[in-house]
Design a protein around this ligand. Structure first.
Ligand SMILES: *Cc1c(COP(=O)(O)O)cnc(C)c1O
Length: 376
């Protein structure tokens, strides 16, 4: 791992190390245990919801959330096309059919007008829509005011994919508190990590109970393991929850580090015509998980891939924004409301190293390579 500068590598310190060691020594090495309970309570109270259920991944949380909302074969689940494949994969696991909604050009988040169009169309067709799953892209929430209003109008529950937006907010209210349920991811590249893990957040006690039950092999409360449902082994290990608690205690500092790096990118690109900081409007509510730029090559005279290649020559990782799901070979046959905005972002966007673990020297080195590239 040495030397290469990644977009978002885990930010782990001595406090995480001692938390995991303490959990190991406590004897709670099996899945579940006191750190899992405490992690659930601490994150639920931070986000302001009644319940958190710690799971093995964000994908598992999406999967169980969809099952608990009744999604299954023959149903439609309406979702963002501008996302990581995990969102759509979870829909596929349930047997439901994804229906993709294109994004707003300035944030990459679900376009509410296109959502409204989709729900109208599906309602005319008489299709059952099991859920709307909007995705908070790169740490900025969707417009929940409008998305929830539109979904409610059609009586469709919202499962919010907040995998990337822990610590962000919409009109002062925390990401992870919107809709019928929300999910977070603690994968290694996210704003905080449990190495691998996720959590489903909800105010609905019945839904929480159902998710807990399904995540632990759907055991009926009898000694001989009676089963009336197909279950899953999706719970989080106690050791990883201990890591998560130590990360959560440092979350605000990690967000502050990412924000300060974004500010640096902003000043670096301020006077560069044709380059914009992606989603810069409304930054104060963003957790700054990843900072990306958008490049108008007709103005700059260079393509984002050229800057990316220059960074790669210095062993620095950068990537295009997510390739939209409707353009992925595996999901191409599914329908959607496609405006072209996400395809444009895929062509023009470039995500830069954004992690809170980057040292001052690494930040200088990334910014130096970019500055020299711009001065060619
Ligand atoms: C990371 C991510 C997920 C999946 O989370 P895992 O914990 O890796 O399973 C889901 N949705 C989005 C938008 C993500 O970025």
């Amino acid at each position: 791992m040495a030397d290469r500068i990644y977009m978002s590598s885990p930010d782990v310190t001595a406090s995480e190390e001692s938390a995991v060691l303490a959990a190991l020594r406590s004897g709670w090495v099996a899945p579940l245990g006191p750190d899992v309970d405490a992690f659930e309570n601490e994150l639920a109270s931070r986000v302001g919801v009644a319940q958190g259920i710690a799971l093995s991944s964000g994908t598992a949380a999406l999967h169980l959330g969809l099952i608990a909302l009744g999604a299954g074969a023959g149903d439609v689940v309406v979702t963002s096309t501008m996302t990581f494949a995990a969102t759509t994969n979870a829909i596929m696991y349930t047997g439901a059919e994804p229906y993709f909604i294109d994004c707003l050009p300035d944030t990459g988040n679900m376009d509410p007008d296109l959502l409204s169009k989709a729900l109208n169309r599906l309602s005319v067709e008489g299709r059952k829509v099991a859920a709307v799953v909007p995705v908070d892209l790169l740490g900025k929430t969707v417009d929940y005011t409008r998305i929830l209003e539109i979904s409610e109008l059609f009586g469709v529950p919202v499962l919010s994919d907040a995998a990337e937006s822990l610590g962000a907010s919409h009109r002062g209210r925390p990401a992870g508190s919107f809709g019928k349920a929300s999910i977070f991811s603690f994968n290694g590249n996210k704003i905080m990590t449990t190495s691998g893990g996720g959590m489903l957040m909800t105010d609905d006690d019945d839904l929480a109970q159902r998710v807990r039950y399904l995540a632990t092999q759907a055991r009926q409360p009898v000694v001989h393991y009676e089963h009336t449902d197909v279950g899953y082994n999706y719970r989080m290990s106690n050791l990883l929850a201990a890591l998560g608690r130590a990360q959560l205690a440092r979350l605000d500092r990690m967000i502050a580090a990412r924000r300060s790096l974004r500010e640096r990118y902003k000043s670096l690109f301020r006077d560069v015509p044709g380059v914009g900081i992606f989603g810069a409007k409304g930054d104060h509510e963003d957790n700054a998980w990843l900072t990306a730029i958008t490049v108008d090559a007709a103005v700059t005279g260079w393509e984002p891939a050229e800057l990316s290649a220059e960074l790669a020559r210095h062993n620095i990782e950068s990537r295009p924004l997510w390739k939209p799901m409707h353009a992925q070979p595996v999901f191409r046959q599914y329908r959607g409301e496609i405006s072209g905005a996400s395809e444009r972002l895929f062509r023009t966007g470039l995500t830069l190293p954004s992690g809170s673990a980057l040292s001052a020297e690494e930040r200088d080195s990334v910014c130096g390579v970019i500055a020299r590239f711009l001065d060619r």
